[in-house]
Design a protein. Structure first.
Length: 372
């Protein structure tokens, strides 16, 4: 599924990053963040004094060609190497950070809508509107504490370039926004409206994409996710206990074990295999835990090797482990089986992010947003 590209624009100090962070923390899907500030032109050929006098609030200060190219790559589902900018030295650091094309890519910056080459790349355009005096105070505090600037330097830059460029480029670009949020991240109602809009857009994409996803594609994706989680758990034996959105809680290893246990029991009943007793699902050893997943996967693969389109289209009344009795096609029930783990891994990934693990969980893409 093509990532949803969301642009968040506002004057310096408007709280764009706060809004972007709210989207990342509250959407419940994988989100990548990209900041326009990383795409200032490389000024390594200039002296530090010369760099201090560059107008960083003019569109020409941005390497728009590289920026647009990177956003296009993310939109196409390919990762990028985002440059890391050194704000104290006013130039690129020479380091790079890999950004993956997750379900939603949130981009923030002051000039995103001022140039059509960037503006046309966004699926949703948000403008954060905050009073000038509030924005200046926020910028002053940020530049003093985070970017090593002096008070005199901040004031000189604000009066010399920030304010004039805001009036010339940033404020007029507001007319291109789909949504305007007064007071930025402090406006909880506005942020919740944006969250709802993004979720509706994702839901529409799921419906469009879902019919094209084959069972073999789902099984292959599950294999990849299983391998990533196996490696991740081996590398993070001290992963914290987490609580999932559906109320389950416990260690990550224990939750993965439970996912495989439920998946195997579901598969055994649905596909007519002998049902394993529940006590056999209590293994703590990593190899034993993933052996449950391998057994479940083997059941599905064996079933699909014998199934036909006609048999998959047959309706079946089935008593699930959690939702009671349902009537659905065999294909839908097999999809639920194959994606049970994917959906729960997505919840674990979200819980790990909230626990401070940032981008260190295995999920690069969550196929749960492209399922039938």
């Amino acid at each position: 599924m093509k990532p949803l590209i969301v642009g968040v624009v506002g004057g310096s100090g408007s709280g764009k990053t706060t809004v972007a962070g709210a989207l990342q923390d509250s959407l419940g899907v994988a989100v990548s963040l990209v900041d326009q500030d990383a795409y200032y032109r490389d000024l390594d050929h200039m002296s530090l004094d010369e760099r201090r006098h560059v107008n960083f609030d003019h569109p020409e200060s941005i390497d728009t060609e590289l920026f647009a190219s990177h956003l296009s790559e993310l939109a196409a589902g390919r990762p990028i190497e985002k440059p890391v900018y050194d704000f104290a030295a006013h130039t690129r650091s020479g380091r790079f950070v890999t950004i993956e094309p997750r379900d939603v890519v949130v981009v923030d910056g002051i000039l995103l809508f001022a140039d059509a080459r960037l503006r046309n790349l966004f699926d949703i355009k948000i403008f954060v509107d905050v009073a000038d005096d509030v924005r200046f105070i926020r910028r002053l505090l940020r530049d003093l504490t985070e970017r090593g600037r002096s008070v005199e330097d901040v004031i000189r830059q604000y009066l010399g370039t920030v304010r004039p460029m805001h009036l010339e480029f940033v404020e007029p670009s507001k007319r291109h926004a789909d949504v305007i949020i007064p007071e930025g991240g402090e406006n909880r109602v506005g942020v919740e409206m944006i969250l709802a809009h993004v979720q509706r857009e994702l839901g529409g994409r799921r419906a469009t994409r879902g019919a094209a996803v084959s069972l073999q594609e789902l099984l292959a994706y599950r294999d990849g996710e299983t391998a990533r989680w196996r490696s991740w758990l081996a590398a993070h034996p001290d992963a914290p206990d987490v609580r999932l959105a559906d109320g389950e809680s416990g260690s990550v290893r224990g939750l993965v074990r439970h996912i495989f246990a439920v998946e195997l029991r579901y598969g055994q009943r649905l596909l007519g295999a002998p049902v394993t007793d529940w006590p056999a699902f209590r293994q703590q050893n990593l190899q034993d835990i993933f052996a449950l997943g391998d057994e479940s996967r083997s059941l599905v693969a064996k079933y699909l090797a014998q199934a036909t389109d006609a048999s998959l289209a047959e309706p079946l009344t089935f008593e699930t482990l959690t939702a009671g009795t349902v009537t659905a096609t065999r294909r839908k029930l097999v999809v639920n089986l194959v994606t049970h783990g994917i959906r729960h891994w997505a919840q674990i990934a979200t819980a790990l992010r909230q626990a401070g693990y940032s981008d260190q969980w295995p999920h690069d893409l969550l196929l749960s947003d492209a399922l039938p």
